[in-house]
Design a protein around this ligand. Sequence first.
Ligand code: SAM
Ligand code: SF4
Ligand code: SF4
Length: 389
Amino acid sequence: MGFYWFREASDYSSEKKELEEALERYRFEKDIEYVYFNITEKCNANCPYCYVPEEKRKNGDSFTKEEFYDVLNKLSENNVNTVLFHGVEPLIEKNLIFEGIEDFPEFNYGIQTNGLQLEKDDIEYLKTKEVNFGVSLDAPKKKLNDYLRVNGHFENTLSILEEFKDYDTLNIITTINKFNEHLLVDMVKLLSEYTKTILMNPVRGTTEVGRRLRPNNLTENFLNAVERAMELTENGNKITIGDYANIVLGIIALTSRDLQCDISPCGAGRRFISITSNGIYPCTEFIGIEEFKTDLDKALNDDAFQDVISRKTEDIKECKNYEYRHLCGASCPAEVYESEETLNSKSPYCQFYKDIIDHAFKTIKQNRENLVINKENLSKTHEITKSLN
Ligand SMILES: C[S@@+](CC[C@H](N)C(=O)[O-])C[C@H]1O[C@@H](n2cnc3c(N)ncnc32)[C@H](O)[C@@H]1O
Ligand code: SF4
Ligand code: SF4
């Protein structure tokens, strides 16, 4: 894995070509390594900001076993290695999922759930099969969390977290919106008792309600949470906000980022696809935007989703002259498309990204990046010694 500084500086001229080729491959190669599998379109909750259209969540279809197995066979033939059951609420079809896990051992599996239908036996099963487990929690207080999710969700999620405490691949997602943004610091403290990595994603305005719920003071609240996480880590209680770690990694080792959102073009339709019983989309955020729907063969093999997989910051007027445009990716194309009716417009979170990128440079300048990322997992290939001003 590459580990290098990547800056417009003369110091790296001897490595420039090699680095640019690596970057080109990383940005433009199509290799569908994993899929988000929506085994059902139904959900047993009704979170106000949810990007899945409400009509689908109420009356949507589920895969039959035969359809499900046909898709898994095709994914296996196409060397996809990971299947993530991401929606809409996967546990509604948990028996079918567990059968698939038994019959297709060639895949790595993950599940992202609201946890409402998770039972004790399911927890044991998922642990035995080493399934990556993700759960959503939006606030450190019952009243607000249950307002944003569904009644009973807070206590149920905490009892699940107790069961999964320190499970290697436990991931918790908090969706930041204008109701919970002031509680992110408390959220970090609470979640640090259960896991080492959390995601704090600003709500995507792919629906009108999503746009209304965007946070008002995101940079300050998010960076306070980042600082709190570093403080806890320094004191031995390791906790990382994945979204921030991805930006720091973007500066230090651009091509080793895991999260696919802040890359340009992003990973949608290129590194992964989103499978629903209605068709295939580049990413779950595109679900319901029918002009971005195709079938499985095309999504895996053809030049499907060309407009999404070729969307790059160089082509966006407002991004062209921003020197760190490779670190934010002007994400998210689905969100931009829904509000601007074009993919080639800047992100509504543009200023937020600029602010956290500046903060990431400061973190590195202060030699504190070890509190955010694990450099032991990287091997150093290049180093530019020019100081960062
Ligand atoms: C769509 S849900 C599907 C899995 C499961 N039902 C759950 O809630 O965890 C996956 C994740 O997307 C988040 N999400 C939903 N709508 C979103 C939006 N508009 N912007 C950002 N994240 C969103 C949810 O909070 C959840 O963490
Ligand atoms: S975020 Fe998850 S739990 Fe909430 S409505 Fe959407 S799919 Fe359901
Ligand atoms: S930026 Fe949007 S479309 Fe791209 S991977 Fe992230 S959520 Fe999906």
